[in-house]
Design a protein around this ligand. Structure first.
Ligand code: SAH
Ligand code: SF4
Length: 363
């Protein structure tokens, strides 16, 4: 390890320059030193434990048209669905009975009174049937502060809304004109204001994205004092506008490597946050999520969406486990985690220690 690398890995003030230095590492020994440091920080803070969030992709109907996403409203090839309330409750019960501790309810974005009423019923039913024991994270895009408040009151206490990129210029290149970076940012602030444990994140390896942009993303998480972060490689989808920029993209293995570096650096910078090892990592590499855990991530979202819907929730190409039922995924994933020497934190909500530490300081 070079002297400058060792110095950077042990510093506690972060600037764009040192972050770009780490993101640019090319020698395997240097990258291993970064991952090793991140794993050491993880072991000492959040521990070698993995929180499970059962992911239920409850509807792919979306009013937005993000240039990267396979379920964008203009993709007429996608067969649209909305799961019935009872189906969603049954999927949540699977998580509960298998001691997952928490679920993530994710969908396309709709800001209508009907959608609001539907989600409210889902939240209330799940809370009731699980005796308030199952934690619910929601991820249903941009909503009004009033709607966020109603969802919160009905029992969702964490919310995921990725900023996608913290650079407003790049954001504009990835979305149509009527999508707004400022609105997205405001939503993230509204979520925190409401009292949610807010999660955000970015895609890595986007066309036109530079290492400086990624360094800015890391500084953005720190500055916003974010509690949960999910970062995954961008994976092009053939029925989206960004597919035309395919020639600008890094090869998949490089996107994988960059994602692992981002996870590792973030763990060193923000030692007590929750970091997800995302499904998109597994889409690139069969062992992608385990690698994410070994670089500092501590959350995995096993897909528990009923099999018949999975093929229609294709945000990107090559999504894993399309033909498996939740119970099959469970056994497979548990063994993989035990194999790398980590424990699954069953029956725990798994709120980020960062959130608790922050509130302790305030009170
Ligand atoms: N509609 C909600 C939640 C569903 S999309 C929302 O947009 O917030 C969830 C995430 O999938 C997005 O935030 C985005 O980061 C990711 N995603 C979409 N298309 C993708 C692609 N082609 N490659 C990788 N991730 C993608
Ligand atoms: Fe809709 Fe989310 Fe996809 Fe954008 S990323 S098109 S909001 S599902």
């Amino acid at each position: 390890m070079t002297k400058s690398l060792s110095k950077i890995l042990n510093q506690d003030q972060w600037d764009a320059e040192s972050l770009v230095f780490l993101l640019s590492l090319t020698h395997q020994d240097d990258m291993n030193a970064l991952y090793k440091k991140a794993y050491q920080v993880k072991s000492e803070t959040v521990g070698r434990r993995v929180y499970f969030r059962g992911l239920i992709e409850f509807s792919n109907i979306c009013s937005k048209n993000c240039y990267y996403c396979g379920i964008r409203s203009s993709n007429t090839k996608t067969h649209r669905y909305e799961m019935g309330i009872d189906e969603i409750v049954q999927a949540a019960l699977f998580a509960y009975k298998n001691s997952y501790g928490s679920i993530v309810l994710q969908s396309g974005e709709r800001a209508t009174p009907q959608f609001e009423a539907y989600v409210l019923r889902v939240l209330k039913e799940i809370k009731k049937i699980t005796d308030e024991q199952l934690a619910i994270t929601l991820s249903a895009g941009e909503q009004s502060p009033e709607t966020y408040q109603k969802f919160f009151d009905a029992g969702a206490h964490r919310y995921l809304l990725r900023i996608e990129t913290s650079n407003s210029e790049l954001y504009k290149k990835l979305h149509p004109q009527d999508h707004s970076f400022e609105k997205r940012l405001q939503c993230l602030k509204d979520l925190k204001e409401t009292g949610y444990i807010a999660g955000t994140g970015v895609m890595i390896g986007l066309p036109h994205q530079t290492l400086e942009n990624l360094a800015e993303d890391l500084l953005f998480f720190k500055e916003m004092d974010i509690d949960m972060i999910g970062m995954g490689p961008f994976i092009e989808h053939p029925d989206t506008p960004l597919y035309e920029s395919k020639h600008l993209l890094y090869p998949m293995d490089k996107r994988m490597e960059l994602t692992l570096k981002m996870i590792a650096i973030l763990r060193i910078m923000m030692s007590d946050v929750n970091i997800a090892s995302t499904t998109a990592l597994q889409a690139i590499d069969r062992l992608g999520r385990e690698k994410g855990l070994l670089c500092g991530a501590n959350v995995i979202m096993p897909n528990i969406t009923p099999r018949q819907y999975r093929k229609d929730y294709l945000l990107y190409e090559g999504k894993p486990c399309l033909n498996e039922e939740a119970s099959e995924c469970k056994g497979c994933l548990e063994n993989r985690i035990l194999n790398i020497g980590e424990k699954i934190a069953f029956n725990e909500w798994g709120d980020p220690i960062h959130f608790a530490n922050k509130n302790r300081k305030i009170n």
